[in-house]
Design a protein around this ligand. Sequence first.
Ligand code: SAH
Length: 253
Amino acid sequence: MLSRVYTNRVKGMALIALAVIAIAALVGAAVTALGSRQPDYGALRRAMVEDQIRARGIKDRAVLRAMAKVPRHEFVPTALRENAYEDHPLPIGDGQTISQPYIVALMTEALRIKRGDKVLEIGTGSGYQAAVLAELTPKIYTIEILPSLAKRAEATLKRLGYNSVRVRTGDGYKGWPQHAPFNAIIVTCAPDKVPQPLIDQLAEGGRMVIPVGPQDALGGQDLQLVEKHNGTVKVSSIAPVMFVPLVREREKP
Ligand code: SAH
């Protein structure tokens, strides 16, 4: 009799233990599922376009469409994916950064790209800006001085289907004379002054957007629009910005 009671009690305890294990497993599975669930990147991207870009005055429909389409999270390190659509730049390795989404849109809009235009980018970085440009015209040429970044950007662009973008490792200060002239040139690193080779490689009627000034410039560098008309060059100021410096080949970090 005593031993029967004892056995029943053991059985009861075993059942409770099993139940506890089962509940713990369920909770664990639920937590894992929640943790590994991808954020809705499309929704984050649409919010980015509305709240950060359209709200600040970017109107060009093609630019807004491109910003709403390019999967920015695919261009940032895996650990930062969930931060990809936030209102600031992010590190992409090798001491470099991907620009704030609004700055990408602002610079792209200033280029006034028409389909068929040939565009040169200096400072490929992650390849994100190149992908945004590729949504506007297939003829994109981009130069990155750090081989590791150039390789990674090229792979990312290929993986996402941006096959028409030509990526080259080299010093973008010198431009890409073999493919000049360019209807638009975008420089995403800051030289102290506009490189003459880039002015030379700008087509008649062409537009160049370029941050100018030292990295420690008080109040930021000057984002300039350089336009070429009848062979003369007109420079206007767009906004204060902060970019990594344009480094020359001999002073590579
Ligand atoms: N447009 C990039 C961000 C660029 S960050 C993006 O969308 O992710 C600036 C980049 O310019 C860095 O990757 C840096 O290595 C590169 N850079 C600096 N000096 C350069 C030069 N002389 N020629 C080409 N790239 C240069």
